[in-house]
Design a binder for this molecule. Structure first.
Ligand code: SF4
Ligand code: SF4
Length: 455
């Protein structure tokens, strides 16, 4: 029986589901004939533009290598960054800097969740329950040392172009180094951790006395985003052997890009620190929002991108290199999350709230999903390595590349009524729940997924 039988109980009443590939082959005429997509039939000219990228708005400095931003058809508006708002997230008080040792996996490591979760964390940390995932994650550890992520800038400042041109150049560097998306934001001071966690030995003893205060405050953040791979996600359950591998794919790649970028900027004579999986001094969601690459979602602090949803990982460079920041974006994610709830229906640990509205949390409004429950599941999952089920089922993530999806994304970014329509279409076509076998390429070792017994 599926692990998700409880959650799927609601969904097991007969529901209209059809094969979308046949649908797509049949084309628009039959779709409209079925009365499914009157809305698509009536798409205004702007939607058609979105499909062809003809009127995609530009954010900040325009990259030469990636001149048209790919928002996947979403209708994107730019919003001001000020004291009351970070993008579309409302600030309602003082947002306190968080301690890295309070993050989900760190709590598991310190024994603050369950004993099994602590053993699971240890097992995950060192063997990642899957040899491929461990191979990628192990490589990322090479990028961890302080002298790799940070250092003194060159004492001589090289002449550089004006901030607009320099921003274009930095974006081009990131794309050249294989970023999927890059954005530049004003660095929110509250995004920095208050402290970095101490050594693994201290963490296992839950001793934070050697935690290191984070004192850096630099004005800009360059955020590098890499896709976790669409086809792999389409083939995965979201919680099987490749789950952590999808994260590691993007973590190690973004780490490499940001370490090189930071090193380059320091050689020009400016401060620059890379932040990536194995050495973050800041939490990434506010940086993603500030750099115009996403909005918060029902999952809590995960920020979704208009094209990839949250099928991505990011790393960043904080710097005082003179740059022109991008604006935060609004593509209707909050309206969509209000009516959707698909991640909550499918979460194996019931960590994601069904609340209609975001609530106050640490000085800002967010959906108060339970990161502790999520971490316990991810560290003790006996059917794979970690979990990304919410990422898989989210309608913003489960898109094949076609005009139909581009149009659907455009519809979904236009308020609650159109969000509701897109969610119904998504459910009807079985998006997110399915596994497309032809894309499955990795090997599974279920014997490695068990959490070792206590000694
Ligand atoms: S990653 Fe966490 S929140 Fe998302 S589906 Fe899995 S357990 Fe739930
Ligand atoms: S699945 Fe739905 S509710 Fe959850 S993050 Fe995605 S759009 Fe929001």
């Amino acid at each position: 029986m599926s692990r998700f039988s409880d959650h799927e109980g609601k969904q097991q009443q007969p529901k209209l589901q059809m094969n979308r590939r046949s649908f797509l082959k049949a084309g628009a005429a039959s779709a409209i004939g079925m009365g499914i997509l009157g809305a698509v039939n009536a798409l205004p000219a702007k939607a058609a533009d979105a499909v062809t990228n003809a009127s995609v708005p530009q954010n900040g400095a325009k990259s030469k290598l990636h001149p048209v931003i790919d928002y996947g058809g979403a209708s994107v508006r730019f919003v001001e960054h000020n004291d009351q708002w970070l993008g579309t997230s409302k600030l309602v008080g003082t947002v306190k800097n968080t301690h890295e040792a309070e993050m989900g996996f760190a709590l598991a490591c310190r024994g603050k969740l369950t004993p099994e979760s602590q053993r699971g964390y240890y097992h995950f940390q060192f063997v990642m329950k899957h040899p491929l995932n461990a191979a990628i994650g192990g490589f990322a550890m090479n990028l961890a040392p302080e002298e790799i992520v940070d250092g003194k800038p060159s004492p001589t400042k090289l002449p550089i172009p004006d901030p607009e041109q320099m921003s274009q150049h930095i974006k081009d560097c990131a794309y050249f180094l294989r970023a999927d998306e890059v954005g530049i934001g004003k660095m929110p001071a509250f995004a920095y951790y208050s402290h970095k966690m101490p050594s693994m030995d201290d963490m296992l003893k839950d001793d934070l006395t050697n935690a290191i205060p984070v004192t850096e405050r630099l004005p800009y953040v360059i955020v590098v985003m890499i896709d976790q791979h669409l086809e792999t996600m389409l083939a995965s359950t979201g919680y099987d052997g490749i789950s952590a591998g999808q994260s590691m794919r993007s973590y190690h790649s973004t780490g490499v890009v940001t370490v090189i970028l930071a090193n380059y900027i320091r050689s020009l004579g400016y401060h620059a620190r890379a932040h990536h999986l194995t050495n973050y001094a800041a939490t990434m969601p506010p940086c993603i929002i500030a750099a115009g690459l996403g909005e918060l979602t029902r999952t809590g602090d995960c920020a979704a991108h208009p094209r990839m949803g949250f099928r991505h990982k990011v790393a960043a460079v904080t710097t005082d290199l003179p740059l022109v920041p991008d604006s935060p974006i609004d593509f209707g994610m909050l309206d969509f999350c209000r009516v959707c709830g698909k991640c909550a229906e499918n979460c194996p640990s019931s960590a994601i709230t069904f609340d209609k509205e975001p609530v106050e949390y640490n000085g800002y409004l967010r959906w108060n999903s339970d990161m502790k429950k999520c971490t316990v599941f991810r560290t003790t999952n006996q059917e794979g390595s970690s979990c990304g089920r919410c990422m898989k089922v989210c309608p913003w993530n489960s898109k094949e590349q076609s005009w139909f999806h581009t149009a659907g994304t455009w519809i979904g970014s236009h308020g609650e009524a159109s969000s509701s329509l897109l969610k119904k279409i998504d459910d009807m076509f079985g998006y997110g729940d399915e596994q497309i076998e032809k894309y499955k390429w990795w090997l599974e070792w279920p014997e490695l997924y068990k959490v070792p017994a206590a000694h």
